[in-house]
Design a protein around this ligand. Structure first.
Ligand code: ADP
Ligand code: MG
Length: 558
């Protein structure tokens, strides 16, 4: 029309759009989930804003999502009575890269990653997925509290238009003009089964027209459960229900590894539903890693994403929902940061996650190793971050050791203790900057010769982590390259002492010569019980930094 203005997409959008369409074609029904998910978010936002501004809802109290289709016009329409968008918001939200994940996705592609569905799914493809099945998309929206409506239209070809529109009530209506061959989305039965399978957990009513003689009528009926999934009793929920909900909260394409769903009553009343993903998102832990994924609801009203306030950093892989009955509805981020109630909630949620992980480790060790592969390095941070749960976290630790002497055969500290030699009082470990360096270290000789197992800590975080773990189950953890070996810690019998003294005496002239020759370059030269094959090795004092740490710091200019 005459009043329509044309805009260019931000260049990144165009790129994302192309990728979404191509890489997701085989998963095309995702678009319906994404649009329903956005409509549900919009209803959540309205409910939240109406807490402060009750007149926002106006005469239209009901929050709902409607799905309808028109076979002749070949259109599919998704509308909601949510918050709506102003003209500026239409531009901002649908024409630019607003979401952090999109940029990260493009960076990943530039870095040569494969543009597969799995990868793109990790970012949540969102609104643009509409263009998988539609060659034109029209979004008409009226922001709550405003009396203007605007229509945003695009064929997904690099441009979009904006023009004023008529819309009697607040909310958003999205009309998809389906591409040739996408007729399955003009079929009530197909749509209904999609909604029931993937969007049943949406907490707002999703309605569809009642059909008569194979054609939609003007009468609508609710097709989903329309109650927040976490409020429903566990025994009414199937694994598939939980997995569908997981995908909604996490934007993950794949299934969750495990979850824990609890209602707590007492001092604090809350429901939590927490998921452990099966795989780490590809940029997990990177600089851009925003702490997202734990939604805070208060009495069924979505308040905000509050992962940072509700979970310790080392559990940042957890996704899910917490719904509190006690927090005030007008809670702010600042208040969350400083509230004692929240500290307690955080401790309770942490306990839940650790309970879940312990249960998997005990009952499904294979599955636990899968978890460990994805998030073990993250969990290790907990030893430093969460002293109160140190013992539980140490129990959950999995590391390589000289027992299997294989990089990927991991053991627990309890496994180690079960294999300790009679009389051995310490848990021995070695830190190194790589698997081969660890496995081939001469520092291992003495212990290997005595048949004592050594933990091989070869990951980047290990040296730092182990500094926070000085003992486990009343056993000291000792670095094989540090300080003196006492017979007690090695579990050696006293009988050896005499031989050792004799050997020391014999070696004294050599020791003196070496001392003179090496001068100030070493602190001391000693006869050692450390070695069985090599003639000598470098040793650190009890509180010295590990050799490879010293090298690292030197390389960094310290
Ligand atoms: P995401 O949902 O991850 O933010 P999307 O691509 O799905 O990303 O949506 C982009 C943005 O567009 C949303 O964050 C929201 O601000 C806006 N939006 C999309 N659909 C709607 C809707 N039905 N009502 C209001 N705003 C919407
Ligand atoms: Mg979305």
């Amino acid at each position: 029309s005459a009043a329509a203005e044309t805009f260019e997409f931000q260049s990144d959008v165009q790129q994302v759009l192309r990728l979404v369409i191509h890489s997701l074609y085989s998963n095309k029904t995702i678009f319906l989930r994404e649009l329903i998910s956005n409509a549900s978010d919009a209803c959540d936002k309205l409910r939240f804003e109406a807490l402060k501004q009750p007149d926002l809802t106006g005469d239209q109290q009901e929050l709902r999502i409607d799905l309808s289709w028109d076979k002749n016009a070949r259109t599919l329409t998704v509308s909601d009575t949510g918050i709506g968008m102003t003209r500026a918001e239409l531009i901002e939200n649908l024409g630019t890269i607003a979401r952090s994940g999109t940029r990260a996705y493009l960076d990943a592609l530039e870095a040569g990653q494969k543009a597969d569905a799995q990868l793109i799914g990790q970012f949540g493809v969102g609104f643009y997925s509409a263009f998988i099945v539609a060659d034109r998309v029209a979004v008409t929206s009226r922001r709550a509290g405003s009396d203007e409506a605007w229509t945003w239209t695009s064929a997904g070809d690099g441009r979009y238009t904006l023009e004023p529109a008529e819309q009697a009530t607040r909310g958003t209506t999205i009309v998809l003009h389906l591409k040739d061959g996408e007729d399955e989305f003009l079929d009530g039965w197909t749509l209904r089964s999609q909604v029931r399978t993937y969007s049943d957990h949406i907490g707002f009513p999703i309605r569809m027209p009642v059909e008569k003689d194979g054609a939609p009528t003007d009468e609508f009926e609710v097709v989903n459960q329309a109650s927040a999934l976490w409020t429903r009793p566990k025994n009414e929920l199937s694994d598939a229900d939980y997995q569908a909900f997981y995908k909604h909260v996490s934007h993950d394409f794949g299934d969750a590894l495990a979850w824990t769903h609890n209602r707590v009553e007492g001092n604090q009343n809350f429901t939590s539903l927490l998921f452990v993903p099966a795989k780490a998102p590809f940029d997990f832990g990177g600089e851009r890693d925003v702490r997202k994924g734990l939604k805070l609801y208060i009495k069924r009203v979505f308040i905000m994403d509050a992962a940072e306030q509700m979970l310790p950093n080392y559990l940042r892989f957890v996704r899910g929902v917490i719904d509190s009955d006690d927090l005030p509805l007008n809670v702010s981020r600042e208040l969350l940061q400083n509230s004692r109630g929240v500290e307690k909630l955080k401790a309770a949620l942490t306990r839940r996650v650790l309970d879940l992980l312990e249960r998997i480790a005990r009952d499904e060790p294979e599955k636990y190793l899968e978890f460990w592969k994805a998030f073990g390095a993250t969990l290790k941070e907990g030893l430093a971050e969460d002293p109160a749960n140190k013992d539980r976290l140490a129990k959950l630790l999995r590391v390589a050791s000289t027992h299997a002497n294989e990089r990927d055969t991991l053991i627990s500290l309890d496994d180690y203790i079960a294999r300790m030699k009679p009389g051995q009082s310490a848990i021995w470990y070695l830190t190194a900057d790589g698997w081969n360096a660890a496995r081939n270290s001469p520092q291992l000789e003495a212990l290997r010769g005595r048949g004592i197992e050594v933990l091989l800590l070869h990951e980047r975080i290990d040296e730092w982590m182990i500094g926070y773990l000085d003992s486990y189950a009343d056993k000291k953890l000792k670095h094989v390259a540090k300080g003196e070996f006492s017979a007690d810690e090695l579990g050696d019998a006293g009988s050896e002492t005499a031989t050792r003294e004799a050997a020391s005496k014999d070696a004294q002239p050599v020791v003196d010569k070496l001392k003179a020759a090496l001068g100030d370059t070493v602190k001391d030269v000693r006869v050692s019980r450390r070695l069985t094959q090599s003639p000598s090795c470098l040793v650190l004092e009890e509180y010295d930094m590990a050799l490879h740490m010293q090298r690292l710091l030197k390389a960094a200019g310290h």
